[in-house]
Design a protein around this ligand. Structure first.
Ligand code: FAD
Length: 442
């Protein structure tokens, strides 16, 4: 009997997954709740609606990891990229589109595909039988989210992200910062390199608090709950509660010895390793609603981070996502129920491009399984491979938060050849990725 692939959610990931599977010859049903059931952010009943910005970000496939992802999606016959390019608006190096004609065109192409049908309904329970991809995104409906939570455990599904900024390890000035776990906990090399510490004098701390209090902040989107949990208060809110709150919270200077200066620091900012490669570190407890420009100038005031490059900046959003590093295998299947795959933003990637890319992989993998073929994930030195490796095992499960694609997720390229300039290095990453992705596709 013909096996059908069911996809819940016809957003960026679900549309791309459906297209890929159907192009491989598999019949697909997309179950999409809009327009019958609305979300606070979507405005139409179209598939692949862009809920906020109309940009797919940088289109530079030589110097930018998102641009590289565009390239890989194009090489893999991705429908989102194909149609984005057809509806492109002038936007310098970015790929911006006319959001309405883009989504209308995706919808028309999907509906016209002979192997895809769209069923406009909300799915309220995690299905038990058949091949399924859950691609319901950051605004997964409440009943389905509750059912996922029952199947995976309460700790494995989050409704908000609380993203602390992430810096590239190589951009931290280690003549100021140092590696040490509080109270020297842990014997292994992995544990000893788990934290970097940046010391502050009293004057530096006071100036930092002033900057936090006056920095420009972002508001929650209309309809998003503005209440955040006490466990993940934005740092600027902690500072508002008292100038000393941070010094007795995430910036406490205890259990640490600065090897560069015998004077005890007044406060310490800690960075915690964010991936197994050790290329990325997040600033502990620094989730924030400051605007991106403000974050960069405020965080560069931290001694040791004056020249920091940020792999991603902080934020707090309404965002339903699962703890993929513990729940999913490298085929994006739920380990406890392998007939179900997850794709898109609910897997803990973030953004239109990353979500579509994870849809592309899930669609191909599900179709391959139905057709009785093996499809290994792309190698970790491609943009798609780096992302799927990160979410299904490369990220620290305990502190897992959504991630954009960035070169910090790729295996480092400079192991032998000595230091290169940034442009050269990024070009080397993208050249290596294109070669590996082309080989994977064939
Ligand atoms: C307020 C807001 C602003 C954002 N701004 C940006 C931005 O500026 N740039 C950017 O790159 N990303 C932004 N994002 C993230 C972006 O929306 C996602 O990265 C992307 O849309 C995720 O794709 P997806 O397919 O995983 O989810 P979506 O595109 O959201 O698609 C999920 C689909 O599932 C449907 N669905 C949900 N539950 C059910 C159910 N139970 N049954 C059936 N259907 C269901 C929804 O209606 C939706 O169509 C924003 C997100 C939000 C919430």
């Amino acid at each position: 009997m013909e096996q059908i692939l069911n996809i819940i959610g016809g957003g960026m990931a679900g549309s791309e997954a459906a297209w890929q599977a159907a192009q491989m010859g598999v019949r697909v049903v997309i179950h999409e709740m809009r327009p019958k059931v609305a979300t606070f952010a979507h405005r139409t009943g179209n598939l692949a609606e862009m809920v906020c910005s109309n940009s797919f970000r940088s289109d530079d496939s030589e110097q930018n990891a998102v641009g590289l992802l565009h390239w890989e999606m194009g090489a893999a016959d991705g429908i989102i990229m194909q149609i984005a390019r057809a509806h492109r608006l002038p936007a310098g190096g970015a790929l911006a589109v006319d959001r309405d004609t883009f989504a209308e065109d995706v919808t028309a192409r999907i509906l016209a595909h002979p192997l895809i049908c769209v069923s406009y309904e909300e799915i309220t329970e995690l299905p038990t039988e058949g091949h399924w991809i859950i691609a319901t995104g950051p605004l997964t409906s409440g009943s389905l989210a509750a059912s996922i939570r029952t199947a995976t455990g309460a700790d494995a599904l989050a409704f908000f992200d609380a993203i602390a900024p992430i810096v590239y390890a190589e951009s931290v000035d280690m003549s100021v910062a140092w590696m040490q776990s509080r109270y020297d906990k842990g014997d292994t090399e992995e544990e000893q390199t788990a934290y970097m510490n940046c010391p502050m004098t009293k004057a530096q701390y006071e100036a930092f608090i002033d900057a936090l209090l006056t920095a420009e902040k972002t508001e929650f989107h209309e309809g998003e709950t503005a209440g955040y949990f006490d466990g993940c208060l934005p740092i600027e809110v902690m500072a508002e509660r008292g100038r000393e709150t941070l010094r007795f919270g995430p910036m406490k200077p205890v259990g640490l010895t600065n090897p560069h200066n015998p004077l005890k620091p007044y406060a310490v900012v800690q960075l915690r390793r964010d991936n197994k490669l050790g290329t990325l570190y997040n600033i502990v407890g620094f989730q924030t609603k400051m605007k991106y420009g403000a974050q960069i100038s405020v965080f560069k005031m931290i001694p040791g981070l004056q020249d920091a490059s940020f792999a991603r900046l902080g934020g707090i959003h309404r965002n339903t996502f699962i703890n993929s590093p513990t729940l999913l295998d490298d085929q994006m299947r739920l380990k406890s129920r392998p007939n179900i795959r997850f794709a898109g933003q609910i897997t803990g990637v973030e953004g239109y491009v990353e979500s579509s890319a994870m849809g592309l992989l899930a669609g191909r993998m599900a179709a391959a399984e139905i057709l009785g073929r093996d499809l290994p994930p792309p190698p970790a030195d491609t943009a798609m491979g780096a992302l799927i490796t990160h979410i299904t095992g490369g990220a620290e499960a305990k502190t897992f938060q959504p991630m954009n694609v960035n070169f910090g997720l790729f295996p480092p390229i400079d192991a032998k050849g000595g230091r290169r300039g940034r442009k050269d290095r990024y070009k080397a990453y993208t050249d290596r990725a294109k070669e590996a992705f082309t080989a994977w596709l064939s």
